[in-house]
Design a binder for this molecule. Structure first.
Ligand code: SF4
Length: 454
């Protein structure tokens, strides 16, 4: 049996895949260890969304090469998007890489790891289709012991049928495959019974869940509401990521009706310029995005909306960028994740457009947009001083063990003095009063009578 150290790059979906892979490997008798030094197999779960994530994996692999060559039995493996996109070539190019397994084949990890003990064959499994039944890519769903504590993640669909021109996801994860609703609800329930208090439903384009079937994401929220009563301990339900074209009024209404649904949406705009949006093939223009934003706020009063932006997309002029800046300044986003464009081989944008915005200009636009979002955050924080907020208490802050950390349902981070000695209120909803605010954090105290729910 092997001692495996699993290193994860990339998005929440990758983190969930790592949990599922770890669980499958532990089920096959392997031990998951916390450090490279203890391990006799280092497995990287890789990301291909940006060039930098790929370069980091290659550099970590190169660092481990001397050990791989000197230590009999020590092995190196790759899974995830980079493995899917480039695994066959990497196996050819890197003689010290033992296996690479793509995004829809990682249910085979126990078999692959067993094969490492026999001979020196180099193994690659790529392509294929995620299973519609069972947890896509890893086998049937079952009550799971996961490591995420209060936060449980459930994959409800995989892949994406959109073709945003900059995006490698349809290439690396394939087309959309949705899981059966009862299976999703059963897994969410099992996680709650195992101690999760907040469940996040994951899908690359989650609003397209079972699109056209007559049972969509809004129905799934209602089903989970019915299946998991408050007594089972579920305090919050989230879902990511929403596409502006697919998000519906019905879904927003379901969020409003379901008391445990977080009033929080992650609906990436990517740009405020119609020309850039068209070249990105996002399927909406600025007016349509603003209309969706207004609809969410009308249906769900107080809704927090987070967005993503790419700066320096091919052909982005100063006027295009100013339109994006205007969108950030006026929209009151709860958060904006801002990225500099980097061409991904295999995407339409890399094929069709020259990467013509200079790196220095991309950096400047990145800084300007970050500063604009920072101002939005500070204004919002200042407006919250003196108000009361309900947070899900997570326990001691990783940065300062003398304070606790919690999140509002809009995903605002609050720090506050420990409510009681000990940890018996981690996982509870607490009511706090905001004393001061920075861009990303609200500094609070427990409001008088502040335990909202045990
Ligand atoms: S919606 Fe667009 S950006 Fe999101 S995963 Fe699909 S193709 Fe990629």
């Amino acid at each position: 049996m092997r001692k495996i150290h699993l290193i994860t790059f990339g998005c929440q979906m990758n983190k969930l895949d790592s949990e599922l892979a770890a669980e499958a490997l532990a089920g096959a008798g392997h031990a998951l260890v916390a450090s490279e030094a203890e391990a006799d197999l280092v497995l990287f779960n890789t990301c291909s969304v940006r060039d930098r994530a790929e370069r980091r994996v290659l550099s970590r692999l190169a660092q481990l090469r001397p050990r791989r060559e000197a230590e009999p039995g020590f092995r190196l493996g790759l899974m995830g998007c980079f493995a899917e996109r480039d695994g066959a070539r990497l196996l050819e190019r890197l003689p010290y890489l033992d296996f690479a397994v793509g995004t829809r084949q990682f249910a085979r990890l126990p078999e692959i790891v067993a094969r490492l003990d026999y001979g020196r064959e180099r193994i690659g499994f790529f392509g294929g289709r995620a299973e519609a039944e069972g947890d896509p890519g890893i086998g049937p769903a079952s009550p799971r012991k996961r490591h995420s504590g209060l936060h449980g993640f459930v994959s409800v669909m995989r892949g994406c049928d959109n073709r945003c021109s900059y995006c490698i996801v349809p290439e690396t994860r394939g087309g959309e495959v949705s899981r059966p609703p009862l299976e999703v609800a059963a897994e969410a329930r099992a996680l709650v019974l195992a101690g999760a208090r907040e469940i996040t439903l994951l899908g690359q384009n989650i609003d397209a869940y079972r699109k056209g079937s007559g049972f969509g994401l809004a129905d799934l929220l209602r089903l989970i509401d019915r299946e998991i009563s408050g007594d089972a301990g579920l305090l919050r339900l989230r879902f990511v990521t929403s596409h502006p074209r697919d998000i519906t009024r019905e879904l927003a209404a379901a969020v409003r009706e379901f008391p445990r649904a977080a009033r929080h949406f992650h609906m990436p705009a990517q740009s405020g310029s119609d020309g850039v949006l068209a070249r990105m093939r996002r399927g909406y223009d600025l007016a349509a995005y603003r209309e969706r934003l207004a609809m969410l706020r009308e249906e769900v009063p107080g809704a927090a909306v987070a967005s993503d932006f790419i700066v320096g997309f091919p052909g982005e002029t100063e006027a295009d960028f100013l339109a994006t800046l205007d969108l950030v300044e006026r929209s009151g986003f709860q958060n904006s994740f801002i990225f500099k464009y980097s061409p991904r081989p295999g995407t339409p944008a890399a094929r069709d457009f020259a990467d013509d915005v200079p790196e220095e200009e991309k950096r400047r636009r990145n800084r300007v947009l970050l500063a604009a979002q920072d101002r939005v955050n500070r204004e919002r924080g200042a407006g919250l001083i003196g108000t009361r907020l309900t947070v899900l208490a997570e326990g001691p802050s990783p940065r300062d063990p003398d304070r606790w950390i919690g999140r509002t349902d809009g995903n605002l981070i609050c720090v506050f003095p420990p409510p009681v000695q000990g940890s018996d209120r981690a996982g509870s909803l607490l009511e706090l009063e905001v004393l001061s605010a920075s861009s990303l954090t609200l500094f609070c105290r427990l409001a008088p009578g502040g335990a909202a729910k045990p």
